[in-house]
Design a protein around this ligand. Structure first.
Ligand SMILES: CCCCCC/C=C/C(=O)SCCNC(=O)CCNC(=O)[C@H](O)C(C)(C)COP(=O)(O)OP(=O)(O)OC[C@H]1O[C@@H](n2cnc3c(N)ncnc32)[C@H](O)[C@@H]1OP(=O)(O)O
Length: 318
């Protein structure tokens, strides 16, 4: 059977990949993995198959990812403040679903922001590790999910804006280089501690960051995990504009409401022209980064770095 196409057809493609992976596994394990994968994705599958919506309709119900549409703006909010908006597997799927809907609804601009003091602390470090601190048997599925997730940002057809209300970490930072505008509060910071986690960068940042800020500054972030203030990130071209925290929300949303009144088709075509020559390159880089992640994630060095974070509070008490 040929592989299903279309970047938003994640569930069908994941199913196809899972079926094709069965050959190399013992039959029982393969069957169980397949059942686990499909059942974990089934709620998103239903949601993904729902149709087009209007811009002023509440677009999606999900606890940790809120989606609203108003004034021509679809707003996607990381809503897990007690975990600093860390992104769980379900949240990756909810975001893909929200982007799929936003790409065809009546809204003009799509905006990401966070609830609480953080924008997002990046990947939920518990996604890949069990209570005993071992890497779970979900690495291949995770890297497939990561690839599809990043492709959704590469392909998103409308203006995409981040309203960075506080610190951003990991994938919440790297993916920003695929946005059209990034507005940051002066309270925001930008941190990519990949080496500290024994991990490698994702979301095409190995290509977009050196292109934006030059190889030396990109290396400080991606290799050495240097945390940037909002103004430093602006100076490096990752942030479009920095606002004082006291007026951030008012100024940014007023501006976005004005932008959302601009002719949508003109903006869509302009974005298509801007991205057109880069798309193939971005797909390739995304695929290469995911292949490298697939290679790295099962390693003990990586599990050790995750354990250091997850059990840090227990250790501190000893
Ligand atoms: C489909 C898979 C794709 C893989 C994609 C690859 C992506 C890579 C990345 O994103 S790498 C970056 C990962 N993120 C981090 O390394 C950040 C980890 N968190 C922290 O360093 C800190 O929590 C903090 C600096 C964000 C905040 O510190 P502090 O103010 O001291 O608060 P707490 O540490 O007490 O945090 C409160 C609460 O939230 C939990 N939490 C925060 N971030 C994460 C996270 N990324 N993953 C899981 N859990 C997180 C933290 O454990 C606390 O929970 P608790 O109260 O202990 O239950």
């Amino acid at each position: 059977m040929p592989k299903p196409g279309g970047v938003f057809n994640f569930v069908n493609k994941a199913t196809w990949d899972a079926r094709n992976a069965l050959g190399s596994l013992p039959k029982e394990t393969a069957r169980q993995n397949y059942v686990d994968l499909v059942s974990s994705l089934s709620s998103s599958s239903e949601a993904l198959s729902q149709g087009k919506r209007g811009a002023d309709e509440k677009a999606q119900e999900s606890k940790d990812i809120l989606v609203t549409s108003e004034d021509g703006i679809t707003k996607i909010t990381f809503n897990r403040p007690t975990k600093k908006n860390a992104i769980s597997f379900q949240m990756y799927l909810d975001i893909m679903h929200a982007l799929k809907n936003a790409s065809t609804d009546n809204s003009v601009i799509t905006v990401f922001t966070g609830t609480g003091d953080y924008y997002s602390s990046g990947n939920d470090l518990k996604n890949l590790i069990n209570d005993a601190g071992e890497i779970q048997d979900v690495v291949a599925m995770s890297t497939r999910l990561l690839r599809e997730f990043v492709n959704c940002f590469i392909d998103f057809p409308k203006p995409l804006v981040a309203v960075v209300n506080g610190p951003a970490v990991g994938i919440a930072v790297t993916v920003l280089a695929l946005f059209d505008a990034v507005y940051a509060s002066d309270r925001a910071t930008f941190h990519t501690p990949f080496s500290q986690l024994s991990q490698i960068p994702e979301a095409c940042s190995t290509y977009t960051f050196p292109k934006l800020m030059g190889p030396a500054k990109a290396a400080e972030m991606l290799l050495f995990g240097k945390k940037l203030t909002a103004r430093e990130a602006w100076a490096q071209g990752l942030v479009t504009e920095v606002f004082p925290e006291s007026t951030f929300e008012t100024e940014v949303w007023t501006r976005l409401k004005t932008y959302a009144k601009l002719p949508p088709n003109a903006m869509r075509i302009s974005k298509e022209l801007i991205r057109k020559h880069e798309k193939q390159k971005l797909y390739t880089v995304n695929a290469e980064e995911c292949a490298a992640a697939l290679e790295r994630m099962p390693r003990e060095e990586y599990a050790k770095a995750l354990r250091n974070f997850l059990f840090r509070k227990t250790k501190a008490k000893l």
